[in-house]
Design a protein around this ligand. Structure first.
Ligand code: FAD
Length: 411
């Protein structure tokens, strides 16, 4: 951890974070209301922001240089995400939005796939979407997914029903997780197949409205005899779980750092409002309850930050860090949610209006407890792994690492 803190205070990382913070102040915050409209003006504004980010060398910083990214080392990019996360529009504005799909294509795409989809993706010319979740079966346990691709000559024929394919309404292609090997063992049944969204049989039924929003384009899609060439298979047959893991692992750390940026922004809005609003003869800042919220939020943000950096340091050292990543996924989402909730409360009616960014932040914080694995699933992963180690004679000692415990665990 000390080397992580040392890295954070290097002039290189400080300078990068400052540049990105300045970029948000100059180009993102003043345009948030326009960007939120998702109309032609907002698209043109986003394009000009993206061009400015490219000009300033702030574009797609986490992706490899050879494909047009900034080539930042993993830990540097971890710190960048905390600043980017302060506004959700900075994610697309700085070319961070497609990092997970770009990583998948970079690691598993063949040369033709990379040329057709990866390069324009990294350039920001097209958007991707990821199509896994289905309304009829659990997304938390995707071993039951039902969408199928059957080989017919030199094509895959896809049939199935998906929803919450975010961004499908603006994407150029979907990476679909589906069954190709029905007779294989559970974790080898599924493959990833790339489907251009203009393919016949890729039928968007609707963007599902979520908590009053349709803007995220969380689309319900029917794949109806949807045909794509066999060469659209991404990576080896039957390896979708492995590919999905590569997509999600470090991605969850970036997510959690961005949530910390959001929580920090909500925290600042809460402090500002507490100091400027008077009730019953004194400012809100003078009320004990509000002071408690500020103190609790300060403690929770710092604790979540240490947890996240700890997980990041483990990943950086080559560890899969499954326990640490699951810990920050559910704990980070809770901190994000609770801090924004308190900030809204301090703002009163203004907090639930769309006049501050808080209402939207709150909705998205609620989603964070569900996507990329609901809270309960990550808790289950943590507890199962800890208990398995314990049963085998080892304890997760958070001061000294995994070590033998010396207890008897047999009945
Ligand atoms: C805003 C948003 C964007 C999304 N974007 C995408 C996307 O782009 N592509 C995509 O494919 N999917 C996307 N999803 C879907 C997301 O991946 C799924 O919602 C998630 O995997 C959960 O699946 P489910 O909704 O089917 O819930 P279910 O699997 O039905 O689970 C429902 C609830 O059951 C509980 N539960 C589940 N398992 C356990 C357990 N073991 N122990 C205790 N409780 C449990 C949890 O509380 C969980 O919330 C998105 C979701 C949201 C909210």
């Amino acid at each position: 951890m000390s080397s992580v803190l040392e890295l954070e205070s290097t002039p290189e990382v400080q300078d990068l974070r400052k540049k990105i913070g300045d970029f948000l102040s100059e180009f993102i915050y003043p345009n948030e209301k326009i960007l939120d409209r998702f109309d032609d003006t907002s698209r043109a504004t986003m394009k000009s922001i993206q061009n400015e980010a490219k000009k300033r060398g702030l574009w797609a910083l986490g992706l490899p240089k050879e494909i047009g990214g900034g080539g930042l080392p993993f830990m540097h990019y971890v710190f960048v995400n905390e600043i980017v996360g302060r506004s959700e529009f900075a994610i697309a504005g700085l070319g961070t939005h497609s990092a997970q799909d770009a990583t998948m294509l970079y690691l598993y795409g063949n040369p033709e796939q990379k040329k057709r989809w990866l390069q324009p993706l990294v350039n920001g010319d097209i958007y991707p979407c990821f199509s896994m979740t289905e309304p009829e079966v659990s997304g938390a346990d995707p071993t039951g997914l039902q969408t199928r691709a059957v080989q017919d000559g030199d094509e895959w024929v896809i049939n199935g029903h998906k929803w919450f394919t975010s961004g499908a309404n603006v994407a150029a292609f979907a990476t679909v997780m589906l069954v190709t090997e029905p007779d294989a063992p559970t974790y080898e049944k599924f493959s990833m197949i790339i489907v251009p969204t203009d393919t016949k049989g890729f039928n968007i039924i609707r963007p599902v409205p979520v908590m009053g929003e349709t803007a995220g384009g969380h689309c319900e899609i029917r794949y109806e005899d949807c045909r794509v060439p066999l060469t659209n298979l991404l990576g080896p047959r039957g390896q979708a779980f492995k590919i999905a893991q590569k997509r999600l692992g470090p991605g969850r750390i970036y997510h959690c750092m961005r949530w910390l940026g959001q929580a920090q922004r909500a925290f600042e809005l809460m402090c500002q409002r507490a100091l400027s609003r008077k009730t019953f003869g004194s400012t809100l800042a003078e009320k004990q309850t509000v002071q408690n919220w500020i103190a609790d939020s300060a403690a929770e943000i710092q604790a979540a930050r240490q947890l996240t950096l700890n997980a990041a340091a483990k990943v950086d050292a080559g560890d899969e860090a499954r326990v640490e990543i699951s810990l920050i996924k559910f704990w980070g989402a809770k901190v994000l949610h609770d801090v924004i909730d308190r900030a809204i409360q301090v703002h009163g009616a203004l907090g639930v209006s769309e006049d501050t960014p808080l209402a939207k932040m709150y909705r998205h914080a609620r989603f964070a407890r569900i996507y990329d694995g609901p809270d309960e699933v990550h808790r289950m992963v943590v507890a199962r792994r800890i208990l398995k180690e314990f049963k085998d004679g080892r304890t997760y000692d958070f001061g000294r690492g995994v070590r033998s415990h010396g207890f008897k665990t047999e009945l």
